[in-house]
Design a protein around this ligand. Structure first.
Ligand code: NAP
Length: 321
């Protein structure tokens, strides 16, 4: 396994990590299989497991907490998040001081842990003063309940404002942003976010590096049994003929260079120097194993050019004088 430093911090995470969204603690993956996936990840050197309060409404945290009891807690980097509503209550959501403190306390109970390594603000909350949010997080850091914090889907302006707020109140800086990033979703990262993160010494840990399975090539010839297409209603709108066409091109290229499309897609996000980890999902132990092959893939300039020729989606940044 390769381990990468997270931003300017001293924390190191495995370049490939595992997340629990739509899978662990849900009805989609049986509990035993979910536990086997997390175990396979840890036993293959994955040290970073990404969860959120709202993944299966807390059951994702319970499942992960149960598995990691069999391992040394200090060997692992466990994250959680808050922002999305956890109930109908007006305060059970967002990035208010009230919700952040209560949410982290609830997450720790569900994990049955004393601390999480990284707490993510799951989105930007424009109803709450940033100073309120960063002070609440700073208090949790000082109490030892969270060790580091990060953001998720905060754009460059949000990140810049967040850092200005931490500086104004002398609070701990975020070390990491968690954006969606894969061969088919590049704009959010490549049109300004990278500059903001580099300026503030932050890394990215990126989600859906396989575009939820599309970049494994599994949908190239139809809908496979037991796939996310069948388990998640809105996935039907996420998958398009355009994406399938690109996945077919990436599949062919991967086979030409002796690898799998999944490994090539993950290796592609990992070649970005700001990426500390690719957060993969897996419904089977074999997915965890196959996705680790990304670490063996070398993306030479020639291969990279071939990838760009297939994708044809590099964002163009126009500069106006
Ligand atoms: N911060 C955020 O807002 C946010 C949002 C989304 C996700 N995330 C994080 O990112 C993690 C990963 O997201 P994701 O699940 O969308 O990632 P992904 O790696 O792009 O997709 C994972 C899914 O693709 C399929 N798959 C994976 N490897 C495969 C393989 N080798 N062969 C065939 N199929 C394979 C599996 O689904 P099927 O078997 O069901 O087809 C698996 O559940 C989440 O668990 C979460 O931690 C964060």
């Amino acid at each position: 396994m390769e381990y990468r430093r997270v931003g300017k911090s001293g924390l190191k995470v495995s370049a490939i990590s595992l997340g629990a969204w739509l899978t662990y603690g849900s009805s989609v993956v049986e509990e035993q299989t979910a536990m086997d996936c997390v175990r396979a990840a840890i036993e293959n050197g994955i040290n970073f497991i990404d969860v959120a309060d709202m993944y299966s409404y807390g059951r994702g945290e319970e499942l992960v907490g149960k598995v990691v009891k069999d391992y040394k807690r200090s060997d692992l980097v466990i994250s959680t998040k808050a922002y999305w509503p956890m109930s109908d209550n007006v305060n059970d959501r967002g990035l208010s001081r009230k919700h952040i403190i209560e949410s982290v306390n609830q997450s720790l109970k569900r994990f049955d842990m004393d601390y999480v390594d990284i707490f993510f603000c799951h989105r930007f909350d424009d109803e709450v003063p940033l100073e309120e949010t960063v002070r609440a997080i700073d208090d949790l850091v000082r109490q030892g309940k969270i060790l580091y914090w990060g953001t998720s889907m905060w754009n460059a302006a949000n990140i810049n404002d967040g850092i200005a707020a931490t500086q104004a109140v002398h609070a701990t800086n975020p070390i990491v942003e968690q954006p969606e990033y894969n061969m088919l979703a590049r704009d959010f990262v490549e049109t300004g976010l990278e500059t903001a993160l580099a300026n503030h010494g932050m890394s990215m840990v990126v989600w859906s590096p396989l575009d939820q399975g599309i970049l494994t090539g599994k949908y190239n010839d139809g809908i496979p049994q037991g796939s996310r297409y069948q388990s998640v209603d809105w996935f039907k709108n996420h998958i398009t003929p355009y994406k399938i066409e690109k996945a077919k091109g990436i599949t062919q290229l991967a086979h030409d260079i002796g690898t799998t499309p999944a490994a090539l897609a993950i290796a592609w996000v990992l070649k970005n120097p700001l990426v500390a980890s690719a957060i993969t999902g897996a419904t089977k132990v074999s997915h965890v194993q196959e996705n680790l092959k990304a670490l063996e893939v070398q993306i030479t300039p020639e291969v990279n050019q071939k990838i760009e020729d297939v994708l044809h989606n590099k964002p163009v940044i126009r500069k106006f004088n």
